[in-house]
Design a protein around this ligand. Structure first.
Ligand SMILES: Cc1cc2nc3c(=O)[nH]c(=O)nc-3n(C[C@H](O)[C@H](O)[C@H](O)COP(=O)(O)OP(=O)(O)OC[C@H]3O[C@@H](n4cnc5c(N)ncnc54)[C@H](O)[C@@H]3O)c2cc1C
Length: 371
């Protein structure tokens, strides 16, 4: 029987778990190490899988209102000509849709929903000690407070402290060879879906994130994993955008000191099953951090939270709930992580990109199946 749960980490995965567990009448405490509970200001792409998970969490209408939900994709050549435009269903279901939203907007929607669900939120603290005696977990926080919980859910992201504590033998996240640039720009009215520019040395995409804004992402092959100092970033990104036509010259011309630019080297890790020891379980990037090639990291993290709550409600013991959780999650996470990394490898090999396109289509199809 699970009455009290601690969720460590208030990202999309932790918040999904907290909301879903609290709505089942469980007393949930959520802690986040960041006293301001911030999230960095980049856009995020949403696949049908992510939108279905938001629908199941009850936040899809607000995501639609404050972000962007549409369907279909448009491919352009490097000079900006339309090569292909996929047909769009008249009234697409969430799973047939795609979209985008700014991370701080998604955070605002989710964090308000967390509080409305009655979750106790404590910020600026960490769990510095956890003692699992088989019947419960005694937790000591960094501010000296203590608590006892039936289940601890660690959702601290790719650099999870709890993963290092529970599974010290696990390899650290690995750099893939690519880095991701993201920049926010004004959205012209004809940008009504995701667009990809194909055939260049870098991969460039555009995604609407609100009625008036879109974000651009550029994946660059950077085998030496360079560090880009903040003062170098605008000029470097402008150089990457230089070969492109279509809407890109206007974006390039608008880049300036006020632009929101974000650069992240891509890293991944997949914790072997099971992702739990005793009454402590890892979810989201803490267990399966992926690259953005399938735009599915946030979606599988949200699904983790939904599934965990379902399994906790369906089983009398924590052991069987966590076994049920693993049975539904490992292969799905492996599919996303391994195929995302593989697509990046094909891109970096810079040969025939058809295998990457096929792999993406096949993976998307499998992810459309119920979670
Ligand atoms: C460059 C890039 C682009 C991406 N683009 C997309 C995309 O377009 N679409 C998509 O779906 N996914 C994308 N992803 C993946 C997605 O961002 C992640 O999969 C998702 O954010 C994981 O959510 P999470 O809740 O597991 O972890 P996080 O979002 O990392 O949240 C972890 C939280 O835990 C807190 N925390 C950390 N340590 C502690 C601690 N010790 N104690 C307490 N709190 C702690 C942090 O403050 C944070 O709030 C991208 C990833 C990268 C790197």
């Amino acid at each position: 029987m699970v009455d009290r749960v601690l969720v460590i980490g208030g990202g999309v995965g932790g918040m999904s778990a907290a909301i879903s567990l609290a709505r089942r009448g469980i007393a949930v405490t959520l802690i986040d190490a960041d006293p301001q509970w911030r999230v960095y200001g980049a856009g995020i792409s949403l696949t049908g899988m992510s939108l279905r998970a938001f629908d199941d969490l009850g936040i899809l209408d607000e995501v639609r209102a404050r972000g962007f939900v549409g369907a279909g994709i448009r491919l352009r050549s490097v000079d900006g000509h339309v090569i292909m435009q996929s047909p769009v269903p008249e009234h697409p279901l969430p799973i047939q849709s795609s979209g985008g939203i700014m991370r701080p907007v998604l955070h605002d929607i989710l964090s308000r929903t967390v509080r409305e669900a009655g979750v106790e939120v404590r910020l600026g603290i960490k769990a510095v000690r956890m003692d699992d005696d088989g019947a419960g977990v005694d937790v000591t926080y960094s501010d000296g407070a203590t608590g006892r919980y039936d289940l601890v859910v660690a959702a601290e992201g790719i650099f999870s402290d709890t993963r290092r504590m529970l599974f010290p033998e696990t390899a650290a996240p690995r750099f893939t060879g690519q880095g991701c640039w993201r920049i926010l720009a004004a959205r012209p009215s004809h940008i009504d879906r995701t667009e990809m520019y194909v055939g260049a040395a870098v991969k460039l995409g555009i995604n609407p994130v609100s009625p008036t804004e879109m974000y651009l992402f550029v994946l660059e092959h950077v085998p030496d994993n360079p560090r880009f100092a903040p003062e170098q970033q605008l000029a470097h990104l402008a150089g990457l955008l230089a070969p492109f036509g279509g809407d890109i010259p206007a974006v390039r011309a608008s880049i300036g000191a006020a632009s929101q630019v974000n650069y992240r080297p891509l890293e991944w890790m997949l914790l072997p099953a099971p992702w739990h020891k005793g009454r402590i379980v890892l979810i989201g990037d803490a267990a399966h951090a992926t690259t953005p090639h399938m735009a599915s990291g946030a979606g599988i993290a949200v699904e983790d939270g939904l599934v965990l709550a379902e399994e906790v409600a369906a089983h009398a013991s924590v052991d069987s709930a966590l076994a049920g959780f693993m049975a539904r999650r490992f292969e799905r996470a492996r599919l996303v992580v391994e195929n995302s990394v593989r697509i990046g490898e094909i891109e970096m090999a810079a040969g025939d990109q058809m295998p990457a396109t096929m792999l993406m289509g096949d993976t998307m199809h499998q992810l459309q199946q119920p979670y």
